[in-house]
Ligand binder design. Structure first.
Ligand code: DO4
Ligand code: MG
Length: 302
């Protein structure tokens, strides 16, 4: 099932579930303490219930508020209306895997004066896994994402993201790994500065439980960048092109490294705009992943 977090015009949060064509049902309108995915996952874990079964039971036990997805999508985009989509949950840590697609390896070789590090890691048993963002640096749907003021070449990275709870993958979302190619290209040791800065990441629009995604290694991914109303870049791929699996990345990340519940892990990109392309303030990035939805963000200089 797909879980969204809504914020109303008074700042109140609610946890809602997609239950039909264009339809959301509000769990919080039935159980007022259940306004966050973390609480639902914890309750499911304590009671030994699957999260989707718990959500269905709660909705069936009351008379939930029913909302229309398209209306909330439009009001979120326009910044108007009673409800808008919030970041679907608060990830205490965001990590990312890199060079998990052949295309990413080739593009990084192009930008770097030390290209071999990328080929080596693509072929190695140990994946590249790096710290990507804290909760404060991770934005939600329709929030602004950042390009650094000291960078000259910037791109979004459209990535499937998985979510860990009690050491296990419990669901998926979309991630945007905003990146400075000029800073990473100068020296791979600058990677933390190329990847982690204000508003350097976004996730959303929803969290999809593992029950809702049959095979994470076979999902279509698309990224479109719009400038002044016109698309200036579109690319697509499939997670079937990934050289590693989500389970494998999760296992490597958690070796000698306990991660807190709701840690989110971006799994790498294959969609790379051409070398002459760089993002500009005012651009809009829309990432679509099959079975999850569309994550849309505007770009600002930070
Ligand atoms: O090796 C640097 C970062 C790679 C990355 O972010 C990706 O492949 O998505
Ligand atoms: Mg990336």
């Amino acid at each position: 099932m797909k879980y969204y977090r809504l914020v109303d015009s008074f700042g109140n949060l609610s946890l809602v579930v997609e239950t039909g064509e264009n339809q959301l049902e509000d769990i919080t309108s039935v159980e007022e303490d259940l306004d966050d995915l973390a609480i639902l996952l914890r309750t499911a874990s304590y009671s030994g219930t699957r999260v989707d079964d718990l959500a269905r039971d709660i909705l069936a036990s009351g008379d939930p508020l029913v909302l229309n997805i398209d209306e909330i999508f439009n009001s979120s985009k326009e910044g108007s209306g009673e409800y808008r989509f919030d970041r679907p949950f608060d990830p205490p840590e965001v990590w990312a895997a890199g060079v998990t697609y052949k295309n990413s390896e080739m593009e990084r070789r192009r930008e770097s004066e030390t290209p071999d590090v990328y080929s080596n890691v693509y072929n190695a048993e140990r994946p590249e896994v790096f710290f990507k963002a804290t909760a404060d640096r991770c934005m939600g749907p329709f929030d602004d994402v950042g390009i650094r003021s000291d960078s000259t070449w910037d791109v979004p990275e459209a990535e499937l993201a998985f979510v860990i709870f009690k050491g296990e993958i419990v669901g998926y979302t979309i991630g945007n790994d905003m990146s400075s190619r000029s800073i990473e290209g100068d020296n791979p040791l600058y990677l933390p500065q190329a990847k982690l800065y204000d508003q350097s990441c976004s996730i959303g629009p929803c969290f999809v439980s593992t029950e809702g995604i049959v095979n994470p290694q076979n999902l279509g991914v698309e990224c479109t960048i719009v400038r002044e109303g016109e698309p200036v870049f579109t690319g697509n791929t499939s997670t079937s092109e990934m050289a590693r699996t989500c389970s494998e990345i999760s296992e490597w990340l958690q070796r000698s490294n306990q991660v807190p519940d709701l840690t989110t892990v971006l799994t790498g990109t294959s969609i790379v705009p051409p070398p002459e392309f760089t993002l500009r303030e005012g651009d809009t990035v829309a990432i679509t992943i099959e079975g999850i939805g569309i994550l849309e963000n505007n770009v600002v200089v930070v």
